[in-house]
Ligand binder design. Structure first.
Ligand SMILES: [Mn+2]
Length: 330
């Protein structure tokens, strides 16, 4: 019998009783990934099931780290977590086959809950719930709550609301009706004053030299801007910069690249409906790294061994943008 139902109950039906449940996010989790994982963790808790939130690489950015500490969200880095052969995995805000998530060998992926476009060759899982028209994965998890007989706690509601706000840039990009419904249901249930305070204090005065370098190196070509940070930075800061550059009225597509832990991290934003951030970053980094994301926002990574400097990166993005502009207008 085929079971195509998409709900928390349907997910639970695919789990093997007696085996540990691991909720895994993408490798460098953002607010939406942590929020979706935590929401699912709380739902399991209300059903009397223990789960563990795991991620591959690192929690980046002051704001997300502070949120995890303040709200006591139990997260575990995979390398510090004792995996067991019987563990079963549910991926949230990520899809096996995309390069931003570490697939643990030999462990069963039971479920995939995501809102990213599917990779060309997704790996198999028993339970799939991928809704790429949703602005956030937190919205999807909110719907699991709404369809159950449980309401999210204040903490869970706050984190889910933060996930929606971050992935939709405060309800200004990629918003679906479902995101608005989740927003309005969560808003008065959450402690938005605390949530907003946490989100709005992600920067440090230590970032000032990074912002300065970003502006000094800014290049603008047609509606596209590009900059590069040669100092060590973090994904959070370059994401804030990529968002901010869209405020220039001459700019509809922004790319910020920076050095981060031995790699080049890239953040991409688009407000041009004909130019998907995910497509441009994937094409620009072809052969030297990988990238992906959504129409409005995306990101990527280039290893230093393949990196030929900011001029090469700029030309790659310029060529990718020209390619897709031609595709749209031809
Ligand atoms: Mn997301």
């Amino acid at each position: 019998m085929e079971d195509n139902e998409k709900s928390f109950d349907a997910l639970v039906r695919h789990l093997q009783p007696g085996r540990r449940i691991l909720v895994q996010t993408h490798d460098f989790p953002d607010f939406d990934a942590i929020a979706a994982a935590y929401g699912l963790y709380c739902l399991f808790e209300t059903y009397g099931l223990t789960s563990y939130i795991i991620y591959g690489e690192e929690i980046q950015g002051f704001s997300l780290g502070e949120t995890i500490r303040t709200l006591s969200i139990p997260v575990h880095r995979i390398k510090d977590f004792a995996l067991e052969p019987q563990d079963q995995i549910i991926l949230v805000d990520s899809c096996p086959g995309n390069k931003n998530v570490t697939v643990v060998p030999d462990l069963t992926i039971v479920g995939v809950i995501d809102h990213h476009p599917l990779p060309p060759v997704p790996l198999q899982a028993l339970y799939w719930d991928v809704r790429s028209h949703y602005g956030s994965c937190s919205t999807l998890i909110y719907e699991y709550f709404a369809a159950s007989s449980f309401q999210p706690t204040k903490n869970a509601a706050t984190v889910l609301l933060m996930g929606i706000m971050m992935d939709t840039n405060y309800l200004t990009r990629g918003v679906s009706q479902a995101d608005l419904d989740a927003f309005s249901a969560l808003y008065f249930r959450a402690d938005w004053i605390s949530g907003n305070y946490l989100l709005n204090n992600s920067l440090s005065v230590h970032n000032v030299p990074i912002f300065r370098e970003g502006l000094e190196h800014l290049r603008v070509y047609k509606g596209f801007c590009f900059t590069f940070i040669s100092k060590e930075t973090d994904a959070d800061t370059i994401a804030v910069m990529a968002d901010d550059y869209l405020r220039f009225h001459e700019v509809a597509f922004s790319v910020v690249a920076g050095l981060n832990q031995g790699e080049i991290k890239i953040s991409v934003r688009s407000e041009d409906p004909g130019l998907a951030a995910s497509k441009v970053v994937r094409r620009a980094l072809h052969g030297i790294g990988y990238g992906g994301g959504h129409n409005h926002m995306g990101g990527g990574t280039v290893s230093l061994t393949k990196y030929l400097g900011p001029d090469d990166l700029y030309e790659r993005f310029r060529a990718a943008i020209d390619h897709y502009i031609h595709e749209v207008t031809l």
